[in-house]
Write a protein that binds this ligand. Structure first.
Ligand SMILES: NC(=O)c1ccc[n+]([C@@H]2O[C@H](COP(=O)([O-])OP(=O)(O)OC[C@H]3O[C@@H](n4cnc5c(N)ncnc54)[C@H](O)[C@@H]3O)[C@@H](O)[C@H]2O)c1
Length: 250
């Protein structure tokens, strides 16, 4: 119960890593707000989690959505202690076949979204003198891959954004850190393998890229996010934690 009494907001909390994080946070005693573009799914998750959880519709690309949930969250809770910037959108496309709309969708969701969330939530944490922000980047933000320019640029940008914010916030009591998951078995991975000619072959290939020989589970990433949310990580500021079964250790 290391998060007992904490008010925690998770973007993209209706599936995959975000959902597993919401479940872990509630199990650790937190109250959780799931902010997701898919409000039906978010409501289902909140209902299953019971009284400590609630959900709001939010497209993290849109400043007025973010402003609105900031106002609703602060009206209901008075404060937000933990912000998890997890909502993400992927693209597997050669750089010269990527449309401006696709580029903007990925960069706006994966990089502008976390900045907008910080812009409208972190000042209140600074006023309170405490808070923890966790950004969900990717191993695509650390190493190069084919067909990954938009997604990799957004996730690499998020790593640097985390470090810059960490310095800006260093003396405020607000911490900001980042996790970089490897190949994790979620809806995003299903969508990616759906695009391959042979889905099972693609999954076997993906498992083979992980030195541990298997895909990660959403709950394993949630454990790393929980570490940064809890005071066990009180000295971490601007840390970038690979949660990738050894991928970036190669
Ligand atoms: N699955 C992986 O292998 C993997 C690896 C590295 C990083 N990640 C990152 O982890 C995070 C979670 O991904 P996941 O694998 O759980 O995928 P997922 O598709 O299961 O979850 C993504 C969530 O984000 C929400 N979302 C999408 N666009 C949004 C928007 N504009 N505003 C608000 N919510 C929005 C979706 O509705 C969904 O609930 C993402 O940032 C992703 O890039 C995933």
């Amino acid at each position: 119960m290391r998060l007992k009494g904490l008010k925690c907001l998770i973007t993209g909390g209706s599936s995959g890593i975000g959902k597993a994080t919401a479940e872990r946070f509630v199990a650790e005693g937190a109250e959780v707000l799931i902010a997701d573009i898919d409000i039906e799914a978010a409501n289902r998750v909140a209902e299953a989690l019971g009284e400590p959880a609630w959900a709001l519709k939010c497209d993290v690309r849109l400043e007025h959505d973010v402003e609105e949930i900031a106002s609703l969250a602060h009206d209901r809770w008075g404060k937000v202690d933990v912000l998890v910037n997890n909502a993400g959108s992927e693209l597997n496309r050669p750089y010269d076949e990527t449309s401006v709309e696709e580029w903007d969708r990925v960069l706006d969701t994966d990089l502008k979204g976390p900045w907008l969330m910080c812009k409208h939530f972190v000042p209140r944490m600074v006023e309170a003198g405490s808070g923890s922000v966790i950004n969900v980047s990717s191993l695509n933000g650390l190493v190069g891959f084919p067909l990954s320019t938009a997604y990799g640029s957004a996730k690499g940008g998020l790593v640097v954004f985390t470090r810059d914010m960490a310095i800006e916030l260093a003396s405020t009591g607000v911490r900001i850190n980042c996790v970089c998951p490897g190949v994790i078995d979620t809806g995003m991975m299903e969508r990616w393998t759906d695009l391959m000619p042979d889905k099972e072959e693609a999954k076997t290939m993906l498992r083979g890229t992980m030195p541990i020989g298997r895909m990660g589970k959403a709950e394993e990433v949630a454990g790393a996010i929980y570490f940064f949310a809890s005071l066990d990580s009180s000295l971490c500021q601007g840390a970038v934690l690979s949660v990738d079964g050894g991928f970036t250790a190669q």
